[in-house]
Design a protein around this ligand. Structure first.
Ligand code: MTE
Ligand code: MO
Length: 468
């Protein structure tokens, strides 16, 4: 499940980079035939066009459902994470660890010897319980590869790397972490293929017995039976979760979110962004996601340089507010931050943003104690529905949550959200509403849009919380 949902996530940006600018064309490998953005008019091209449609035979659930791919990925990650912790505890509090942890360097020459034995199509004598090569492999998977996948995975979380900006640098940045996470997955696949093959080739009945029953079998038929049963159970689970995901995505989204969305709330809402990149790190090219609003209302505002544009702040507040764009420019509370943007699809870019901290807006409008969420509405429509996103009030209060009107020292341009867009530096990009129209403080969001907590949640099955 981790592998297939991981492939689904890869399909949303089927390209891997080493540098965090993720400049189109600099990928070291890609799984798409689509051309990079047309160099002439980058403004008409958005990163959603980079998504690929992978088959459900490979990806979970397949057919461009990044939202559910992520749900399955994090659900399985939590499941296997708990399983792994239990395994570590049981292993290390008993003497079982001696089966896996080498206690002498002699194991290396022995393992080389064993590798030679296999290479000449012979079997080494059975180990106790493993031969030296096998022991080294298991040790590597359990104590190195597993933790490596958790660590490279965590380096891609916007909340974790916003709170600890030094952390992703261990791997050479978030794009390098993404590439390494992919290579680690290949290592896992290779291990699974070799491992299952060896189980079958070398002493099959004994191995099957040991793995599933805890004692050796000497009966070939029983061993085959167990093997087939095991394979069938796995196949049925996969067919079932793939089918319900494709047929009933909303149900799967909501059930998995009981675990996934609440885990994000638990772990990430208190993480505050500490990002401070330098000017020299600003990316030369910053992808755009979302086509600019095509309504007449917005076009008129745009043509007139947003003179008639007004930002309304309303809902569960003591004092409703209204600002023109020059009102916002004139506020003394002005903040500039250089941060790294992480789109849910997988690309990153570093930019400088200037605007008004939401902390200050909150100070002015004084939300009622009932207010739990803040809704940011856009002038843009997608799939005939107004774009909006809901954020926990707690996260909106973070110091690097700002209403930005400048990017890289210039007035925000059309593509990046003119005249005003949100920056929430601990969240994925889709939470950062562009072309903002108004802001509402609410107690609940079930009555807004399709009730999932945002346009992307409503239409693409993303989670309402976006810390990873
Ligand atoms: N109104 C609106 N805001 C939006 C989007 C959108 O489609 N519509 N896309 C979001 C996504 S998925 C990302 S990654 C960021 C991209 O910001 P950028 O275009 O400035 O790079 O904007 C977010 N804000
Ligand atoms: Mo995004």
């Amino acid at each position: 499940m981790l592998i297939r949902s991981g492939i689904e996530i890869l399909s949303a940006l089927p390209k891997l980079y080493w540098k965090d600018d993720a400049t189109p064309g600099t990928e070291w490998i890609k799984f798409t035939k689509k051309k990079d953005p047309p160099t002439k008019d980058k403004s008409l091209w958005i990163s959603l066009e980079e998504e690929e449609d992978f088959s459900p035979l490979l990806a979970l659930p397949g057919h461009k459902n990044l939202g559910l791919g992520r749900h399955w990925h994090f659900f399985s990650a939590i499941f296997w994470g708990i399983n792994g912790i239990a395994y570590y505890i049981l292993l290390l509090t008993s003497n079982e660890w001696t089966r896996l942890v080498p206690t002498s360097f002699d194991i290396i020459p022995q393992a080389i010897q064993t590798a030679f034995t296999y290479a000449t199509f012979n079997f080494p004598p059975p180990g106790d319980p493993y031969n030296s090569l096998q022991e080294l492999m298991y040790f590597g998977v359990v104590f190195l590869l597993g933790p490596f996948m958790v660590m490279t995975g965590a380096a891609m979380s916007p909340s974790i790397s916003a709170r600890f900006p030094e952390y992703p640098k261990i791997f050479g940045g978030r794009q390098a972490a993404r590439s390494l996470h992919f290579l680690g997955n290949l290592a896992f696949i290779l291990f699974i293929i070799i491992h299952v093959s060896m189980v079958i080739i070398e002493r099959f009945p004994e191995n099957m017995g040991h793995i599933i029953l805890g004692f050796p079998l000497n009966n070939f038929v029983t061993a085959i039976g167990l093997f087939v049963l095991y394979g069938v159970v796995i196949a049925i689970i996969h067919i079932w979760i793939t089918k319900i995901s494709l047929k009933n995505p909303r149900v799967v989204q909501n059930y998995l979110d009981i675990v996934v969305n609440n885990a994000k709330y638990l772990f990430f809402r208190k993480m505050v962004s500490k990002q401070r990149f330098s000017r020299s790190e600003i990316s030369p090219f910053f992808r755009i996601n979302g086509y600019p609003p095509d309504t007449k209302e917005y076009q008129d505002l745009y043509k007139n340089n947003f003179k008639e544009w007004r930002l309304k702040v309303h809902g569960l507040v003591e004092k409703s507010l209204e600002f023109s764009i020059s009102d916002l420019f004139d506020l003394r509370h002005k903040q500039t931050q250089i941060t790294e943007h992480f789109c849910i699809q997988g690309w990153t870019a570093i930019g400088e943003w200037t605007g008004v901290p939401m902390q200050y807006i909150i100070q002015l409008c004084r939300p009622l104690s009932r207010a739990k969420y803040v809704v940011f509405y856009s002038y843009q429509y997608m799939d005939n529905a107004q774009f909006y996103e809901v954020l926990d009030l707690e996260i909106v209060k973070h110091p690097q949550t700002i209403l930005a009107y400048e990017m890289n020292g210039k007035k925000l341009d059309l593509g990046h959200g003119a005249p005003l867009r949100l920056r929430v530096e601990t969240q994925l990009g889709y939470k950062m509403v562009k072309w903002i129209k108004d802001i509402e403080f609410v107690e609940d969001y079930k009555h807004i849009g399709l009730g999932q907590g945002g346009h992307r949640e409503d239409h693409m099955y993303y989670s309402p919380r976006a810390g990873i």
